[in-house]
Write a protein that binds this ligand. Structure first.
Ligand SMILES: [Zn+2]
Length: 407
């Protein structure tokens, strides 16, 4: 057991407390002491830099790392899709993210090869394939394709975007299938979406009874359901059915926020993907997405204010898709503009950890936690642009291992 002290920096521990000048001791991947490094200790010199917990992105799509239409048009080989996915997992670590929650797209094989250390990447939690109703959000195939063809787009062990259900029985079968394939939570699409092309943002999808069935299946395995939802009607259906978390939450109004608060339901706003769709170089999304995303940014900013006023637990997710996922920290920069850099950091660390159910493991630099940490070349709490620039995340530590060091 070797003690290594990360010394000479300032610590913002993820709780929201102002930075303080302390050293952090790591032993066997765990934070074992916070204070002053003893004389003669083995140290990593932070040279005055800000040290934060490793960032957490609560909404990623590692499996959508290739040009989208090419991927769903059978134009790319499994090798190319795999290469793109593993480039993204490395970029994610390099941007300072040590944990992500994949909200649809990867199969369990991706989680396992990262955990085994065969490819670079963050700790990954996954819902496996998204649950969507037949032709609803999460279906990226062409309208002419027979429904049965959809699962042929999957690459077992690597990639499976969604499972479609035409009724409650199929949904029950499909959520059990997601768990069989290694999901540790479930995601259902309960409204239309921006990217896809077969539905409208105002649509609701799945009935309250159907969503409740998935909640029951998740609860039986000690886990939870989160939902893709933009409009209030869909969010209210999901809250009534017992889900724990809402992704996007674009149109959350005061009554919906009050209902969410009453049921202790968290929200994960996703601003970076909106910026990405507004300037979609290389994403290869359906051009209708640009049209559909109009107005979403302002409405989501309003929903963020309403959610904050209602006292909701507000996480942070980038929802980046396509081949350019290097600047995952854009989500913190955008949230810093709307609130403050410290609020963005807290959402991306301790709050996200709580949403993921990992609050005893990661999300804070505290004795007993896994040593996931980032040292920043320039202080992102002074200028949040640093969050968005991977060059600024000069030292990244995951489970006590230095996985990036460009100091
Ligand atoms: Zn998403």
């Amino acid at each position: 057991m070797t003690d290594v002290w990360f010394a000479g920096g300032r610590l913002a521990d993820g709780s929201g407390r102002e930075p303080r000048e302390v050293d952090v001791c790591v032993t066997d991947g765990v934070i074992t002491s916070i204070g002053q490094a003893p004389a003669g200790a083995m140290t990593v010199d932070l040279d005055g830099r800000l040290l934060t917990p490793g960032l957490i992105d609560a909404h990623v799509h590692l499996g959508l790392s290739s040009p989208i239409r090419a991927q769903f048009g059978f134009e790319l080989s499994a090798a190319e899709i795999a290469a793109d996915i593993f480039a993204t997992t490395g970029h994610t670590l390099d941007a300072g993210f040590t944990t992500v929650r994949d909200t649809g797209g990867i199969d369990r094989g991706v989680v396992d090869v990262i955990a085994k250390g065969k490819v670079r990447g963050p700790r990954v939690l996954t819902c496996g394939p998204v649950q969507c109703q037949t032709g609803g959000h999460g279906y990226y195939g062409a309208a002419w394709e027979p429904t049965e063809l959809w699962n042929e787009h999957h690459i077992p062990g690597l990639f499976a975007l969604s499972l479609m259900s035409g009724n409650a029985d199929e949904l029950q079968r499909n959520v059990r299938e997601a768990f069989r394939r290694g999901a540790t939570f479930l995601k259902l699409c309960v409204t239309g979406g921006v990217v896809g092309g077969h539905d409208r943002l105002a649509d609701t999808q799945f009935t309250v009874d159907e969503i409740a069935l998935a909640v029951q299946e998740a609860a039986a395995r000690g886990t939870y359901v989160t939902v893709h939802a933009h409009n209030n009607a869909g969010i209210r259906n999901a809250v009534r059915a017992g889900v724990r978390c809402v992704e996007h939450g674009t149109d959350i109004d005061e009554p919906t926020a009050a209902l969410m608060h009453e049921h202790d339901v968290a929200v994960v706003p996703t601003f970076a993907v909106i910026e990405q769709i507004l300037s979609p170089q290389g994403m290869d999304v359906d051009p209708s997405a640009v049209h559909r995303v109009a107005g979403v940014r302002d409405r989501m900013a309003s929903a963020l204010r309403i959610s904050r006023a209602a006292g909701l637990r507000i996480g942070l997710g980038s929802d980046l898709i396509g081949p350019h996922q290097q600047r995952r920290g854009e989500e913190l920069r955008l949230r810093s503009e709307l609130e403050s850099p410290m609020q963005a950091l807290v959402s991306a660390t301790s709050v996200n950890a709580k949403i993921l159910g990992l609050e005893d493991l990661v999300g804070m630099v505290r004795v007993g936690m896994q040593a996931d940490m980032v040292a920043w070349q320039s202080d992102p709490l002074d200028d949040a642009k640093a969050f968005a620039d991977p060059e600024m995340a000069v030292l990244v530590v995951k489970n006590g291992h230095v996985v990036k060091d460009i100091r």
